[in-house]
Design a protein around this ligand. Structure first.
Ligand code: ACO
Length: 450
């Protein structure tokens, strides 16, 4: 799969040996040395799972496998894109702390950074913005395709189908080893996903589609396509514009989460990027992943008033459901994105007027953070706890929230997809299994019996 090009990831690679593990197999009495390696500036140590394969009792045995459902302790790749320290609550893109990027960068600057490894220079950025802007229009057939969906189709179902359908408009996109072809498809995806997303919102509302306005910024153009009515030119609120750009930055990448792993696995078959990204959108749709932002508002609505928060927390503790927007596989500390989102929620809601759900959310957070159940399990608010409140204040319907997440994550998925393609260690993703079904048995049809 790897081409002769090198990924920016290779620059950060320097494996050093850290001694070895001595494994004694008590079944055979044999000993093995499994090298321990350290790699990366943060000094991750690991052993290669393939080093376990020679451990066997006889030559005709397959060899020792590691069993790791849900990849709790397995690195599936080496990546130079995003760094997370879940215990300390640190998130960095290409070394830059998320707080600094959220403070000063634009989403397109971050999209460039994620893919290229360095911040764009002024001319590079100008060209990139131009290229993305130039590709925002979608084929008329995509409009017709969207019109085929029922008025109440879930927006994520529409998004994943439409992005998958884009693959049929760009058959040359399968030339994934051609850097120029990859570049054009990456730009097309970053440019067209917001257009499709906005058309989906208009379809949900039975409103005519609004075409891209190439004089507007990426985020303002998206807001214009979503909300413009009869005015000749849409003027977004400065607070909304910046808040959405920051939310896009915060959601742009998050290393090997479920949807990114899906994109990498699908991409490893060498399919075109539209098909791989459609798979990522499908993975993001789930309520345990990107769909959580929608579920947070559903939960806040169910709670209804601040006075019922205590009862709700007790219900969660007794196993009746989960506190949505809380907990994370990697963060065992406050999700740094959630801190930024909470501040943004204050700013946006100061403009749109107070929101009772925000008060319920804050009460919920206060109670959960001091409750033994959540403290012991290190459950903190994740990025999705407050985002829904902002999206709703901006005028987006609840079931649409995950689409906003997908627009931003497209930049990360594409960077990870390309890094995977250029990584010489990668092959088609194909996990092993531990077979626990019946042994061989003779076929005896039961169809003739009663
Ligand atoms: N509410 C209540 N209890 C929880 C929660 C929660 N949100 N999350 C985890 N727990 C409990 C589990 O029941 C488990 O308890 P136990 O040890 O008594 O069995 C313990 O905490 C550990 O949880 P796991 O499910 O093992 O944690 P895992 O890493 O597998 O799951 C996940 C992480 C899926 C995010 C989980 O915390 C969750 O379902 N959260 C709610 C959904 C959510 O907000 N998802 C968004 C994640 S961020 C993102 O994708 C953008």
């Amino acid at each position: 799969m790897a081409t002769t090009e090198t990924s920016p990831a290779t620059a950060a690679k320097s494996t050093s040996s850290q001694g070895s593990l001595e494994i004694r197999d008590t079944r055979t009495g044999k000993s093995y040395n499994v090298p321990v390696a350290t790699e990366g500036v943060e000094g991750d140590t690991f052993v290669k799972a393939m080093e376990l394969r020679p451990i066997k009792q006889s030559d005709d045995e397959f060899g020792l496998l590691s069993y790791d459902p849900a990849f709790m302790n397995t690195a599936s790749c080496k990546s130079a894109i995003t760094f997370i320290d879940g215990d300390k609550g640190i998130l960095r893109y290409r070394g830059y702390p998320i707080e600094q990027l959220a403070e000063g960068a634009t989403f397109l600057e971050v999209a460039w950074l994620l893919r290229k490894g360095e911040l764009p220079s002024a001319p590079e950025y100008k060209q990139f913005v131009h290229d993305v802007t130039y590709h925002t229009y979608v084929h008329k057939n995509i409009e017709r395709f969207l019109e085929g969906f029922r008025y109440d189709a879930h927006p994520m179902s529409m998004l994943l189908s439409s992005v998958g359908a884009l693959s049929s408009f760009y058959p040359q996109a399968h030339r994934i080893s051609d850097p120029e072809q990859r570049n054009i498809e990456i730009i097309r995806l970053i440019a067209k996903v917001p257009t499709i997303a906005a058309f989906i919102l208009r379809h949900m509302r039975g409103l005519p589609f609004v075409y891209p306005d190439n004089d507007l910024s990426y985020t303002e153009n998206f807001l214009s396509m979503c909300f413009r009515m009869t005015e000749p030119r849409y003027k977004a609120s400065e607070t909304f514009k910046r808040a959405l750009d920051i939310l896009f930055i915060l959601h742009a990448d998050h290393e090997q989460n479920a949807s990114t792993s899906a994109v990498r696995a699908i991409g490893s078959t060498q399919v075109d990027p539209y098909s791989a990204i459609a798979g990522g959108i499908a993975a993001l749709f789930g309520p345990l992943h990107g769909g959580a932002n929608e579920q947070v508002l559903v939960m806040l609505n169910q709670i209804g008033t601040k006075s019922k928060v205590n009862q709700f927390v007790d219900d969660v503790k007794s196993g009746k459901g989960k506190l949505m927007g809380f907990g994370h596989r990697v963060y065992k500390n406050y999700d740094p994105r959630a801190r930024i989102v909470k501040k943004l929620a204050d700013q946006v809601l100061a403009e749109t007027g107070s929101d009772e759900d925000l008060e319920i959310a804050m009460e919920l957070e206060k109670i959960a953070l001091s409750d033994e159940y959540f403290v012991k399990r290190k459950l903190y608010p994740n990025v999705d706890f407050y985002t829904g409140l902002i999206y709703r204040a901006m005028g987006f319907p609840t079931e649409y929230f995950t689409v906003l997440f997908a627009i931003a994550r497209t930049a990360g998925w594409l960077s990870q997809w390309e890094e995977m393609l250029l990584d010489k260690d990668q092959k088609i993703a194909r996990p092993r299994q531990i077979y626990i079904g019946p042994g061989e048995r003779k076929y005896n049809s039961k169809l003739n019996g009663k």
